[in-house]
Design a protein around this ligand. Sequence first.
Ligand code: SF4
Length: 577
Amino acid sequence: MTDPETLSVTIVDGYVDEPAHFGVPPYISTYPRYAAGALVDAGVPREQITYHTIDGLREETNRWRDVDEADLMIYLGGMTVPGKYVGGTPAEPDEVRKLAWTANGTSLMGGPVKFGVGEENAGATETERQDLDFDFVAKGDVEAAVYDLVESGLEGFNNRMRDIDEVSRWAQEGAFVVEQHPNHPDHLIAELETSRGCAYRCSFCTEPLYGNPEFRPPPSVVGEVDALSDRGVTHFRIGRQADILAYGGDGEAPNPDALRQLYGGIRDVAPDLETLHLDNMNPITIVEWPEKSREGIRIIAEHNTPGDTAAFGLESADPVVQEENNLNVSAEECFEAVRIVNEEGGWRPGEDHADGPTFGDDAPRRLPKLLPGINLLHGLKGEREETYERNLDFLNRVYDEGYMLRRINIRQVMSFAGTEMSETGAEIAREHKKLFKRYKRQVREEIDNPMLARVAPPGTVLPNVHLEYHQDGTTFGRQLGTYPLLVGIPGERELGRTIDVAVVDHGYRSVTGVPYPLDLNAASMDELTAIPGIGSSTAGDIVVNRPYDSVADADLGTAVDLEGVATAGALEPGGAD
Ligand code: SF4
């Protein structure tokens, strides 16, 4: 019998990406936090719990010693939607195997990895679960397995799900583990769970494998935010649920009171939070309960931070595909939901809430509070050439009728044992690969680009853009939050820092920005020429004629209104070259 007080435990985070749960840095998923809380609840002292991310292990080989020497090594991971990631690289199956071989103590694997492991993290693949040489695989909730395993003296556990009391306790008690995340404290966003499971049964999705939705009551989530906030977390995303609007209701209809308690409670315990975003809103909820949904969306938009996105899983605008895959929303219904979110959440800070959606010259230069995003999925049963046209028609209609989408996400299916798609496999996705490529380009060029100009017009200020990487003489960064805009800033700036940026131009999926406010007395040639209308000769003139007392003093020779973007700051010594 192993005494919990003497146990040393290492948790390794291989990252997760589920339909309604994200945990690739800068996100931290719920799994390591809950697992750590379960350990503490079972009697393991906090100081004997070590947490590493897979990237942390890659960077510092010494850290593998913690894997080797721990009495219990817990691996958490699994991707059930395909994706490419900037903030971290999910564990590869070979690395997961190496973890099991390296661990001298007991090894346990859990998380969505229980649904299957692909050879690589890409679409159009079929997956099956492998045990990858671990002593134990949690086929229920890994946090429950952790608790029961420690209680049993590392003998074993029955696969089970945890209950609401347990998750409330473990979520709070495990909050300390965030301090060991390499991104802590400034560049870390905690994914929050409000419910699991789904009332619907889409063919490709792993979420129904959790059953019907079960909600965590507001005090459970708010208590966790309080604990995370005490540990220095200021960025939060309420992303672990199938539908935020259904929160605290009967499983389908909205309950605005519960949303008010949730959002109001979070603001009360974390008044200094910097990000409060969400993920996943089911458009069918809005269509079926429009008034309650409007109220819910208003509550969210009053409490969240700008740039928030409600991702709608339309998946396909083709009725044939909708029918064959049990998709629960039609293109028409989804359009209605897009309209309602625009009307209730499309306002920008500094203007009347009733004015939304706003864009164009008169709109305040901040991102809208809450906009819809559209997820489209290809390779589904019944897909045909016309499916691609229908999807394009839908997106064009949203633009033409004056609404905004914050992002359009196009993916191809992965099929998992246990979902209906496992029969169709990835065959259709493979057949349509060429068509898919052409269509994707069309969406980027014809819709994404003008839509982005509408959502974030020149002059839009994006506070706290975190500088992530250099490419071709440009620095790229993003704000923390749900589906943040990728921002390219001219020149190679120091990475890891955070700066405020003003948008000056648009690509398909990214914007060009300059540091905000741009000081005309110090701006580089690259920064000046990034502004449309300023060529190199105008930029040269601006530099030569420095210093300026005010922006109006400089002859910018451009139609772009720089008011609100540029300043003429006091000259730093040596700044007039
Ligand atoms: S509505 Fe469909 S896609 Fe969304 S979580 Fe439920 S089953 Fe999955």
